[in-house]
Design a protein. Structure first.
Length: 364
């Protein structure tokens, strides 16, 4: 009998890195709302009361970067006074020339991965799916108890597998910022009863399951006052929780001509539909692109021996059913619209309603 453990983590919207991701994606959404052909890569960094908004923008949109950043802070629940510094330039004409051909081309080189597994209802690995749901639930409970819980928080789930199958949850870790007058006993009871137990299925909990709630003790100082934050530093959280490889490029701030984002979404779309069409129990795909080229340099499909088809046969099926050109990805998934702030928190994958999570019938 083979036994192993796998762990994934998530964070709440008040985590300083996610604060910066949401500022970047909110700016992108505003650009696309006014100008669907916007080319954007405007990011943020935060520390204490200072927010730096910086990057490149090629758009006709009139954007109030400062007001967007300050609005995000209030939406999350940070009511302090923040100072915003701007350093946003026009997009490099060399990059624009590489992208803006008659046939839309990749805005940069890079590698991208997609993944799906029938382990959960939304075809995501269990640990990251559970960690995201815990983080989302923690935020919900925080907003219901503003005098106790505060915006910054992290979750982590360790799952035990036996012979490759999910057996039980071994450990759940929840760390949450809280009011100074909240006792650890009060916090532990609230988090366990209202956050953990409603999310983790009872069948996966046994007498040996460990619940670690604020294991470091007091967590009063959080957000940008406890740590710095920068756009794009949570790419493992954003993808598959370490269960599958990552390409290395972040998502937030980037318009769909940046294949780091759009092609990774499409790779998930392909893998999700291989599994949803029951062609494999598990599927992973790697893509690669070169700047100025409309089609991928390589496509590599794996099923980890969970399909009646060989990987070569699956790859042929994929190439017959999916068009990986940059222009088609943007068109098929309808990516030139303001949908990106909705992707920022609790993972970019596994969310119903996102275009890359839709079912497509695959023709054999």
């Amino acid at each position: 009998m083979s036994k192993y453990y796998f762990t994934s983590e998530s964070v709440t919207s008040g985590h300083p890195d996610k604060v910066c991701d949401l500022i970047a994606d909110s700016i992108l959404d505003e650009a696309l709302r006014q100008d669907p052909n916007s080319h954007m890569a405007v990011e943020a960094t935060i520390k204490d009361d200072l927010i730096l908004v910086y990057g490149e923008a090629g758009t006709t949109a009139q954007i109030d970067y400062e007001q967007i950043a300050l609005g995000v802070m209030k939406k999350i629940g940070y009511m302090e006074d923040y100072h915003v510094i701007l350093k946003v330039n026009k997009q490099s004409p060399e990059i624009n020339n590489a992208v803006a051909h008659d046939t839309l081309s990749a805005g940069d080189q890079g590698i991208m991965f997609g993944f799906a597994s029938n382990e959960t209802e939304n075809l995501m690995p269990y640990a990251i799916d559970a960690a995201h749901k815990l983080a989302a639930r923690l935020e919900e409970v925080r907003r219901q108890n503003p005098g106790i819980l505060l915006p910054d928080g992290k979750t982590q789930v360790t799952a035990e597998y036996v012979d490759g199958a999910l057996k039980r949850v071994d450990t759940v870790v929840v760390s949450t910022q809280h009011a100074a007058d909240t006792t650890q006993e009060e916090l532990h009871q609230l988090v366990k009863e209202q956050v953990i137990l409603p999310i983790i299925a009872p069948a996966l909990i046994d007498g040996d399951t460990k619940f670690l709630i604020n294991p470091s003790g007091s967590f009063v100082v959080g957000g940008s006052w406890g740590d710095s934050g920068t756009t794009g530093r949570k790419i493992v959280v954003d993808t598959y929780g370490g269960y599958a490889p990552i390409g290395g490029g972040c998502f937030s701030s980037k318009d769909p001509t940046k294949v780091d984002r759009s092609a990774t979404y499409y790779a998930r779309y392909v893998c999700r539909n291989i599994v949803a069409n029951k062609l494999a129990d598990k599927c992973q795909i790697q893509l690669s692109y070169a700047i100025g080229k409309p089609f991928p340099i390589s496509v590599y499909v794996q099923s980890f021996n969970t399909s009646k088809y060989t990987d070569d046969e699956l790859q042929e099926i994929v190439l017959r059913n999916f068009d990986f050109s940059v222009g088609n990805i943007i068109k098929e998934l309808d990516l030139r619209r303001p949908i990106y702030a909705a992707t920022t928190n609790y993972g970019h994958f596994g969310k119903p309603g996102m275009p890359w999570e839709q079912f497509k019938k695959i023709e054999l």
